[in-house]
Write a protein that binds this ligand. Structure first.
Ligand code: CA
Length: 226
């Protein structure tokens, strides 16, 4: 489900937005302060659009916007501004917001803006999907689905699998995998690669004792597919 963050300290307005987001088919994540919003964005990296109120008790909406943009260019940002904040509008747009909605707003207007932003972001997101056999990897959200079911991976497992899926049918040595995933300066043993491959096979193979996706290249390393 598409996630939308709503940052607004006024509970009535926030509840009103949440109800309308849910009605429009979105999963609403709520925050009452700027810091809470930043925490929620870390906790839910698949939030596609954030709606930020400007007037807040702690850091204001523009500062939240700046902090989000410092780490993410992808997420869509809509500012909620009051009619008297004409200058703020301009500033808000210049600090990285994609759009703004002036209070009071109709729910239809807000959801139309969110839909439009999601369409725009969605276009970019499609190119970040790697699809192979029953697997669908989303490199934006770092998720993997097999036949439509989410498979939970650690970041290391995810990185290994991404390397495989980006290099189908190519034999990769343990050294290749180690330096791509752990970095060239990693001092640990090559065995860590095998340990993670074993765990990955249990998670993604139909039969981990007879792997068909991550296959062994004897005396060398591993390969995605046969
Ligand atoms: Ca407010």
């Amino acid at each position: 489900m598409k996630k939308v963050l709503i940052l607004e300290d006024e509970v009535n307005i926030r509840s009103f937005v949440v109800i309308n987001l849910k009605r429009a088919g979105y999963d609403a994540i709520e925050a009452g302060t700027g810091m809470e919003a930043l925490e929620k964005l870390q906790r839910y990296p698949d939030i596609g659009v954030a709606i930020l109120d400007v007037m807040l008790p702690d850091i204001d909406g523009f500062e939240v916007c700046r902090r989000i943009r410092a780490t993410s260019k992808q997420i869509g940002i809509i500012m909620l501004t009051a009619r008297t904040q004409e200058m703020d509008k301009v500033t808000g747009l210049m600090t990285g917001a994609d759009d703004y909605v002036t209070k009071p707003f109709s729910p239809a207007e807000l959801t139309a803006r969110i839909d439009a932003l999601y369409r725009r972001i969605g276009g970019g997101m499609d190119t970040e999907l790697i699809s192979q056999g029953p697997f669908l990897m989303n490199t934006r959200n770092h998720t993997l689905d097999k036949s439509g079911n989410r498979i939970r991976l650690t970041q290391v497992e995810y990185s290994i699998l991404k390397l495989f899926m980006q290099n189908p049918s190519r034999a990769l040595s343990r050294e290749d995998i180690l330096s791509a995933v752990w970095g060239r300066d990693y001092e640990g043993e090559l065995k860590i690669v095998d340990v993670n491959i074993r765990r990955l096979r249990i998670k993604i193979e139909d039969d981990a004792t007879n792997p068909t996706y991550i296959t062994t290249v004897w005396g060398f390393g591993y390969k995605w597919g046969t």
